[in-house]
Design a protein around this ligand. Structure first.
Ligand code: BGC
Length: 724
């Protein structure tokens, strides 16, 4: 199993039941002293407006933290969550190593989702780069910074395929496609874990949320998931599997149930599939409080039963619900849980501690130099590269002189509207919990840095500002807390104020560029129809402002392509390119699959994105060579600038034993093309990868005819068919 099994066995033999359970207990610091209410209540108070965000921050800043040191000394804590400081980590580690009976070191976990201090673009944005090597490199710097702060494990990557833009957590993953999620996740696993987990700058990747959290009903966070096993296996599970195959050492079961069994107590998921079929021997870590919440799910009568079910299902670590620490010792002593089951879970945790090298090197050795390890110039440079590659140019019309609005001429005067333009902290996006306030370059900061003449305006002084502006920038979209966990939305639009601002700006006759900040696709038909240039900037991280100006002024060329479909109306959600055709695909006739009050088409399709140059596709061909389909196409840069095009290859099985999606992404390549240059791009696709699960859940490859589609987005492709 692993070279540590003997050591694990010996250690287990020395442990009391209580000490074993202690290894499964993960706690976070609790807040004490500064106020009478619980942390959860305080959060609620902020969200429902009883206290302001400033008051909340003030209270948090002054609150004392309780690190449960007495429990730790007694061997009742195995890991911590949410501590990101080497000094604090070393202090607690010293207690574990020197003051507990067996001296077993602790693991420190943290949500390093898109950078620790050097915040890089939110995952949904970064996925639009379609570049695994970039994803790996940003993962690597995240690991370097996090490990310098004493962190051993990140609760990332999230590889939940997400087809419903209402779900707030779409910002944390790579969008709606299973292949992209898998490649994104595997790259992050390599980046986080490095080539050897025992190196001080490697951290464990805990993939989440296993499984299918992205498919929660109605896009509502924490909701249920009910789907056929075929879809689960074809469209949701492969992204997790690709991460396991890349070596991910931890897995977090999701909050949701699947077909009635919550993932935290789902033995089929955690034992049969993950461990037996996929061969995973790392550790599983519950989501926050998730074991106790099994009572709310209605799958356990009380915390005791929930703990029993979760442990028996194969859930090793209890994150903050305290059910294991309360009940498991007694359950084992009463012989209601077999001690072997407890031992198996503890062995998983010890194995990771050995792999991390914590028994030999428990401390962060560079504590005094922690701060110099953060936000290094080369990290910022990478964050800027990632931000540039994450942006998607959605629209770029010509102005009254017949010239494309973007890129802007150097030296133009800007009128900048939208409160977010000057607020760097807003540009970090959801789950940037390690970020230092003020570390992010806003659009206004970047303008100052470059000596660009700009004025900021509001909807009330538009006339004044336009007088001395050549171009108007409207910075609109979502604030950072409008996406992420617990931020599902029933209306994924922009506000009335933003629309009325746009109307005023458009009336002036000056060119208007909308810069979108958002953590999800938005249904914004008004913007798409009326604003002549639209740049999707997502939440780009610490170098947001610099990267945006790089693109606006043409120092860099836009290359990003959407990894989630943008709907026209919220009511179209879930909307995704890989849908099935139905017996009556939406068309002109009333009696087809569509809406009477919204188009059947998306606003922007999956894979879409413009550039400052254009590409022409020709000569698509496909042939079968043994077990490979070789699909090729010529791509030519027909514009005047050198560029990079993300060439996408989709396949459809035209008639199978079970209905198949109208397109499935099977391969892609980012191709560099100088102005005027033409290249042949060839994709080799294994026949094996074109299979599907039949009614009896057997993976079969049967097909009569495949159609291969290749193009620059999922909608505009050339196609060629091949009989099987
Ligand atoms: C989230 C997880 C996260 C955990 C720990 C939970 O609420 O669902 O994604 O890793 O908190 O902070």
């Amino acid at each position: 199993m692993s070279k540590y099994e003997d050591k694990i066995k010996k250690l287990l033999a020395k442990m009391t039941v209580e000490e074993k359970v202690g290894q499964l207990q993960q706690c976070g610091p609790s807040l004490v002293g500064a106020f009478e209410v619980s942390f959860e209540e305080l959060l609620d108070m902020m969200f429902d407006g009883r206290i302001s965000k400033e008051e909340f921050d003030r209270l948090m800043g002054t609150a004392k933290q309780d690190f449960h040191e007495d429990d730790l000394r007694a061997g009742r804590v195995g890991s911590y969550n949410g501590i990101g400081s080497a000094a604090q980590v070393n202090k607690l580690q010293k207690i574990a190593v020197e003051e507990t009976r067996l001296g077993i070191p602790l693991i420190f976990g943290y949500d390093v989702i898109h950078g620790f201090k050097t915040i890089t673009p939110i995952p949904l944005a970064e996925s639009c780069a379609w570049e695994p090597s970039l994803w790996e490199r940003t993962g690597r710097i995240a690991a370097k910074e996090a490990s310098a702060a004493g962190i051993h494990m990140t609760f990332a990557p999230m590889v939940d395929v997400s087809k419903d833009a209402r779900w707030g957590r779409v910002s944390e993953g790579a969008g709606e496609d299973v292949l992209l999620n898998g490649l994104y996740g595997a790259a992050k696993v390599r980046g986080f874990q490095g080539d050897n987990l025992s190196k001080e700058d490697s951290i464990v990747a805990c993939i989440k949320h296993f499984a299918a959290y992205g498919a929660v009903e109605a896009g509502r966070d924490y909701n249920c998931v009910d789907m056929s096993m075929q879809r689960l296996y074809e469209e949701y599970l492969p992204s997790y599997k690709m991460c396991i195959d890349a070596g991910a050492r931890a897995v977090m079961p999701a909050f949701n149930d699947i077909n009635g069994i919550p993932c935290s107590v789902n033995k089929w998921l955690l034992m049969d599939l993950l461990r037996k079929q996929w061969g995973f021997n790392g550790m599983t870590v519950s989501d926050a409080n998730a074991i106790a919440e099994c009572v709310n799910h209605g799958i356990a009568l009380d915390g005791r039963e929930a703990a029993k079910k979760a442990l028996e299902a194969g859930l090793d670590i209890d994150m903050t619900s305290n059910t294991y620490i309360k009940y498991v010792e007694e359950l084992v002593k009463n012989e209601e849980i077999d001690e072997e089951i407890l031992d198996r879970a503890v062995a998983d945790v010890l194995r990771i501690k050995f792999e991390l090298g914590l028994f030999d090197n428990p401390y962060q050795t560079n504590e005094a130099h922690e701060s110099t390890a953060m936000l290094k110039p080369e990290y910022r440079a990478l964050a800027r590269e990632a931000a540039v590659k994450s942006m998607v140019l959605l629209k770029n019309e010509k102005d009254s002189n017949g010239k494309k609005i973007l890129p802007l001429e150097k030296g133009v005067n800007l009128g900048i509207f939208g409160e977010v333009a000057g607020n760097g902290d807003e540009m970090t996006g959801a789950w940037a919990i390690g970020a230092d306030s003020g570390s992010c370059v806003s659009i206004l900061d970047a303008c100052k840095e470059r000596d660009i003449f700009y004025q900021t305006g509001t909807k009330d002084n538009v006339d004044e500002i336009v007088k001395s502006s050549d171009v108007l920038l409207a910075v609109i979209g979502e604030k950072k807390d409008e996406s992420g966990e617990a931020s599902s939305r029933a209306k994924i639009t922009i506000s009335h104020e933003q629309i009325s601002l746009l109307k005023k700006l458009l009336k002036t006759g000056k060119p208007v560029v909308a810069i979108l900040f958002n953590g999800r696709p938005l249904a914004i038909p008004f913007v798409a129809e009326n604003v002549p240039a639209i740049l999707e900037a997502w939440h780009l991280g610490v170098e947001a402002g610099n990267a945006i100006l790089d693109i606006l002024f043409g120092d860099e060329i836009p290359t990003g392509k959407l990894t989630m479909t943008f709907p026209n109306a919220t009511g179209q959600c879930p909307m995704y390119y890989a849908h099935i055709n139905t017996g009556r695909p939406g068309g002109k006739s009333k009696f087809t699959s569509k809406y009477i009050d919204a188009p059947v088409e998306p606003l922007y399709p999956f894979g879409y994105g413009l550039s400052y140059t254009e590409y022409e596709y020709s000569d698509i061909a496909v042939k079968k060579n043994g077990d490979l389909y070789e699909a090729s196409i010529n791509v030519k840069n027909i514009g005047e600038r050198d560029g990079e095009e993300i060439v996408q290859c989709y396949v459809r099985n035209m008639a199978a034993g079970r209905v198949r999606p109208v397109k499935e992404l099977k391969a892609f390549e980012k191709v560099a093309l100088q102005a005027g240059e033409k290249k042949e791009v060839t994709f080799n696709i294994k026949a094996e990868d074109l299979g599907y699960y039949n009614w009896n859940m057997e993976y079969v490859k049967e097909a009569k005819e495949y159609v291969f589609y290749i193009g620059g987005n999922s909608k505009d492709c050339l196609e060629v068919s091949i009989k099987d």
